[in-house]
Design a binder for this molecule. Structure first.
Ligand code: HXC
Length: 282
């Protein structure tokens, strides 16, 4: 299935100028496109992930596009890694305005075959990892959010974006672990939207549907007949008639980071072509 070309961005190229963004899982896939779009709109960007070679390659590619990028290797499951990542970002660029929690782990498994460690691993990466990063980034985000809350508050303030899913809106076959993990992430998005709004920190989620060319799609449709399986899914389950692009998710993040979303917090934005609403094959 041919990929659809991304159109020019509707946002001004300097809309995020002067802002510093940190994206976990930013070395590849959807995370890398989020980093790229934040960078192309003026932000300085820091990426983190477990694989140093992947991070180094991503920073080089971003640099070739004129984006000032930096990486810190780490595992979001370890709080000390999260602290080191945030410290590295602030040491490099002097501040932190935007945290995007994109690091995730997943695999298909029937619930009765899933080990406790398998369940725990996905919750630790997705849920605990998101909380760890939010906690580690709180002080610099609070500093960046100063002045955004209160009766005279101005500007978009600081921002956390949690990349979620739609799996848990109903229930999804062989995804008990990831569904539980992302339900908790969405709850955290609301809790921090409530509590940290006081500090001028907005918290939002983005829930992608099927996105072409991602690890998630490869895992969902493994094997030699993957392309046919994906085409069948698109034809029967996405009302808009096509899969999403990484660009679509990244542009949602640019919107949330822009002044246009200054009053949006605690909400998870679904970017899925209405896939999760489609209960019967089209
Ligand atoms: C059943 C599995 C399994 C599988 C791992 N486990 N893969 N169980 N089916 N396919 C179990 C292991 O047996 C082990 O339990 C436990 O999970 C931990 O596995 P490890 O390999 O030791 O963990 P780790 O090396 O930390 O790897 C984490 C991971 C891995 C989540 C398992 O896949 C990963 O790092 N993925 C990162 C990238 C990724 O998944 N991206 C997809 C996100 S996209 P025992 O009991 O044996 O010790 C996405 C979109 C939807 O989520 C995708 C739909 C599927």
């Amino acid at each position: 299935m041919a990929s659809r070309e991304a159109p020019p961005s509707p946002f001004k190229p300097d809309v995020l100028s002067g802002r510093v963004a940190l994206v976990t899982g930013g070395g590849s896939g959807i995370g890398l496109e989020i980093v790229r779009q934040l960078g192309l709109h003026g932000a300085h960007v820091v990426i983190s992930g477990r694989r140093e070679a992947v991070l180094a390659e991503a920073v080089a590619a971003l640099g070739a596009e004129g984006i000032t990028a930096h990486y810190v290797q780490g595992d979001v499951r370890r709080y000390e890694d999260c602290e080191r990542t945030v410290e590295g970002a602030v040491a490099r660029f002097g501040r932190l305005d935007i945290l995007v929690n994109c690091a995730a782990g997943n695999f298909l498994s029937p619930a009765e075959q899933l080990s406790s460690n398998g369940f725990r691993t996905v919750l630790e990466i997705d849920t605990l990892g998101t909380f760890n990063m939010c906690r580690a980034a709180f002080a610099p985000l609070k500093a960046a959010g100063a002045g955004a809350a209160g009766p005279a508050g101005t500007g978009p303030g600081a921002l956390i974006i949690n990349i979620s899913m739609t799996l848990h809106y109903g229930a999804t076959w062989w995804q008990a672990h990831a569904s539980a993990a992302k339900a908790a992430v969405d709850s955290l998005t609301r809790s921090l939207g409530l509590e940290w709004g006081l500090y001028g920190i907005r918290t939002a989620g983005v829930a992608p549907g099927p996105i072409e060319g991602t690890a998630g799609m490869t895992k969902l449709a493994p094997g030699s007949d993957a392309a046919a399986a994906v085409t069948e899914m698109v034809n029967t389950s996405i009302p808009l008639g096509h899969m999403g692009r990484r660009w679509d998710i990244a542009q949602a993040c640019v919107f949330l980071a822009s002044p246009a979303a200054a009053f949006v917090t605690g909400h998870t934005l679904v970017v899925d072509g209405a896939e999760w609403l489609c209960k019967q094959p089209l």
